[in-house]
Design a binder for this molecule. Structure first.
Ligand code: HEC
Length: 449
């Protein structure tokens, strides 16, 4: 008894001395962003829980609300973080510092209020105190630039990682996918601000100018892809639709509602007349891009799908997701094949060590790069299915992977906030860098631009 009252005294003193109440926006969300949102986010809601927004935190996951205002000890988030409920969170990582748990506890205790600013008032260059999670990387078709997602911006780097050349600021908090037109003049980015709006940005790459934007749904959009003829952009949405926009006007042409869950990635066929969309309903769906009509399912359904990439010269795709296996499929089913037959399956690659989040096909068609929850990129020979190299160095999950246009280089990025450039032939690490200027660096050298 005595010991425990002494202990509560020790705990109470710092609580009493703390000057201000915890703020959700200033204190709590950054802790969740750093430790939890790699698994609890719109694109992969472990146990149904999205911790990227106040709304998601409050709504909770499969077990119900993640916090109970006023009662930290009854709050699921606290119970999971302190080991009262198992598995301990963050899953597979050490428990948070007591100070961080206390911050969240205090905030819940004082009522668990949302103080997120409602409006983006101006577009100031984002100031980074830590490297942001990287969700998209893509090389420009001329091979000179690497576009990398930032917070409320896209960063253009020299393709060899030798420097940041431009910061392109937009309204969307997150950029989840980047695509280029074949001539490299147009860059399209898809993303948005979680639980507020989805946005597609159309950039003039040469001028670094935002040509137009299109908004869709009240949540981020996923897996934007541009048709090879440059006329259309397809995006996946959290309202289970795929939406297609006209590049020249930004106008929404149509939406398709044949998926039964979030649509996370899209890719067009060679002739731009059809595309495939994949999502959490486990389906890869072939869509007539002109008529906006569902044609058929490409795959046999196994796990939730998060990524799709196409062979550069023929209508063959690779898909991957929750069940960790990359599947190579023909987009088309011969007339005499029945739906559900696996005759369109070309090949399965090795099961990965974690769920698949990102795929790319090399420009010569010979290789496929696979990345995801396990912190490495595996490169496969598509003809033999043999793994030819494993790119190491990332310390956490990878959300984006891309081959350079000449196929010699591979870029990857993810939760650890570092872009890594590898020699694609053997995964030799050429460069690792944080793609954003960090606040400390700005103070030191007067800015990284
Ligand atoms: C590496 C992935 C990962 C990270 C990081 C992670 N979680 Fe989880 N979380 C999971 C998984 C997987 C489950 C489901 C566990 C189960 O049901 O067995 C889960 C479940 C939960 C649940 C229960 C949700 C429900 O209603 O079922 C809560 C609450 C939770 N996590 C909070 C957190 C918090 C807070 C953090 C950060 C401090 C965090 N998690 C970090 C993977 C993760």
């Amino acid at each position: 008894m005595r010991l425990s009252s002494f202990m509560s005294f020790l705990i109470a003193v710092p609580l009493l001395l703390r000057a201000t109440e915890s703020s959700y926006f200033r204190d709590v969300q950054p802790i969740l962003n750093k430790n939890c949102t790699s698994c609890h986010q719109p694109a992969s809601k472990s146990s149904g829980l999205d911790l990227t927004t106040y709304g998601g935190f409050k709504a909770g996951g499969k077990r119900g609300p993640a916090f109970v205002a006023g009662s930290p000890d009854e709050s699921l988030a606290i119970k999971f973080m302190t080991g009262v409920l198992k598995p301990s969170m963050p899953f597979g990582a050490p428990v948070l510092a007591a100070k961080e748990i206390d911050t969240i506890r205090d905030w819940i205790k004082s009522g668990g209020k949302d103080d997120t600013p409602r409006e983006v008032t101006s577009i100031e260059p984002t100031v980074y105190h830590q490297p942001p999670v990287i969700t998209a990387v893509r090389f420009s078709p001329d091979g000179k630039l690497l576009a990398v997602s930032g917070n409320r911006e896209i960063l253009l780097h020299n393709a060899d990682g030798s420097g940041l050349t431009k910061r392109l600021q937009g309204k969307a908090d997150r950029i989840l996918s980047i695509a280029f037109s074949a001539d490299g003049n147009l860059m399209v980015a898809g993303g948005g601000t979680p639980a507020r709006f989805g946005e597609i940005q159309f950039w003039d790459l040469r001028e670094g100018k935002l040509l137009r934007t299109a908004e869709a749904t009240s949540d981020t959009v996923f897996g934007a892809s541009l048709s090879p003829d440059g006329t259309k952009v397809a995006v996946g949405c959290s309202d289970n639709t795929v939406r297609v926009f006209e590049t020249s006007t930004g106008k929404e042409l149509y939406k398709i509602s044949s998926h039964e869950n979030w649509v996370l990635a899209t890719v067009f066929g060679i002739d731009s007349k059809r595309f495939v969309s994949v999502g959490r309903d486990r389906a890869a769906k072939l869509i007539d891009a002109n008529a906006g009509q569902f044609l058929e399912n490409v795959n046999q359904m196994r796990g939730e799908l998060a990524a799709v990439a196409r062979h550069p010269k023929k209508d063959e795709i690779v898909i991957g997701g929750e069940d960790r296996v990359p599947y190579l499929y023909m987009m088309d089913r011969a007339r005499n094949m029945k739906v559900g037959e696996e005759a369109t399956l070309v090949r399965k690659l090795d099961p990965q060590d974690g769920a698949i989040f990102a795929l790319d096909w090399s420009p010569d068609g010979k290789h496929v790069a696979v990345a995801g929850a396990a912190p490495g990129v595996n490169i496969y020979d598509v003809d033999t299915g043999a793994r030819i190299a494993s790119c190491k160095g990332h310390t956490a999950g990878i959300y984006a992977v891309a081959f350079s246009p000449d196929g010699t280089r591979l870029a990857s990025g993810g939760f650890d906030g570092q872009v890594r450039l590898y020699r694609a032939a053997d995964c030799t690490l050429e460069k690792a860098f944080v793609p954003v200027p960090l606040a400390a660096q700005i103070a030191g050298n007067g800015g990284a631009q």
